[in-house]
Design a protein around this ligand. Structure first.
Ligand code: AHM
Ligand code: MG
Length: 340
């Protein structure tokens, strides 16, 4: 019988590699895993709204039915507040950071940035959605966290990951020593190591972009799309388009199969749509740890200086050679005067 390694076991085994680790980061990851299982349970019931009641209404038990993204946000913040290892949370669902000032958490070492349920427009149609998270060591000295704790470059992350609620539920994370993926086995309620040491192919044959916005793309992106669509046997072009419209699901597919995901600036979103702190940086670190690249079109995403919690950025992420190719097209056809 092959040995099953659960997420909990894996985290504890890895902790032994850091002689001075006190286990706080491990506990934080474990708390995120527990919240993910609760969110997964509710996400799996999303199709039952006619039976269980619609968001905003009162269900047959007399309880207020919450929107799933609000529910997910509450679950993650509750898990992080009671775990005692996190002194503040920044979430897509909250305009300001949420300080955690319980007795156990007040002087905790870490802050967590989270998109609790990304791609939520896909919930009602049974398409994959996800959670994205990123952990930083606080820069403030004590008390509950402050805004500046979150305005650190992606290069300062100590752990990042995502959960994809799809045909199966997976948690993928890195602490800077490779990327490992765990699939939830619902029969035992545990995330089990299923994808050790994930690496993304250097070349990919998929490109993922919302081409509906084509007219408003920068010329560099238009030219890159043209390159992807040209016929060339040697480079296996034309490439195929795959676009779900759920960042985590699009990213996860390209991570395993190779490819590039692009959300550039558009007329509607001149700075791009995706958020630097809790969408782009965490996935940026994952892809780099897997051997790929993440860029804003001109520079490494993890080196962009964050100025605000909900800052947006264009994103080019995936297989190394494809991201470099797209960057070359951006530099040639859409040279930008100053770095963003
Ligand atoms: P959300 O945070 O409001 O869910 O939006 C983020 C989502 C991403 O999952 C996805 O990559 C992108 O929006 C899709 O946007 P579009 O519908 O413009 O293609
Ligand atoms: Mg989002």
């Amino acid at each position: 019988m092959s040995k099953v390694t659960t997420l909990g076991q894996f985290i504890i085994e890895r902790q032994g590699d850091f002689p001075f680790a006190k286990g706080e980061l491990s506990r934080l990851l474990r708390d995120l895993g527990i919240a993910a299982k609760i969110v997964n349970r509710e996400v799996n019931k999303a199709g039952l709204v006619d039976i269980l009641g619609e968001a905003g209404t009162v269900n047959v038990q007399g309880e207020q039915v919450k929107k799933l993204d609000v529910f997910a946000n509450e679950q993650f913040i509750t898990a992080l507040s009671s775990g005692g290892e996190c002194c503040a949370v920044a979430s897509e669902e909250n305009e300001d950071m949420v300080p955690i000032d319980t007795i156990v958490s007040k002087n905790a070492k870490y802050v967590v940035c989270i998109d609790p349920l990304d791609g939520s427009s896909n919930i009602d149609v049974n398409v994959s959605i996800g959670t994205i998270f990123s952990i930083y060591r606080r820069t403030s000295l004590s008390g509950s966290g402050v805004l500046s704790d979150f305005l650190q470059k992606g290069t300062e992350q100590v752990a990042s990951g995502y959960i994809t609620y799809g045909s199966s539920t997976m948690l993928v994370y890195t602490t800077g020593r490779g990327v490992n993926g765990f699939t939830l086995d619902p029969s035992i309620g545990e995330f089990c190591l299923s994808h050790p040491n994930i690496s993304i192919p250097e070349d990919g044959f998929l490109y993922s972009i919302n081409e509906g916005n084509y007219l408003h793309f920068p010329d560099g992106v238009k030219q890159f799309i043209k390159y992807c669509q040209e016929e060339d046997e040697a480079t296996r072009r034309p490439f195929s388009t795959r676009y779900i419209g759920s960042l985590v699901a699009d990213f996860h597919r390209n991570l395993l199969k190779g490819g590039i995901f692009i959300y550039p600036s558009t007329a509607r979103s001149p700075k791009g749509k995706l958020r630097l702190i809790y969408e782009c940086n965490p996935l940026g670190w994952i892809v780099e740890q897997a051997g790929g690249k993440a860029s804003n079109g001109y520079k490494r995403i993890m080196e962009v200086e964050p100025e605000s919690l909900h800052q947006r950025t264009p994103l080019f992420i995936g297989s190394k050679n494809l991201v470099e190719k797209a960057e070359a097209y951006m530099t040639k056809y859409s040279p930008q005067p100053v770095a963003s």
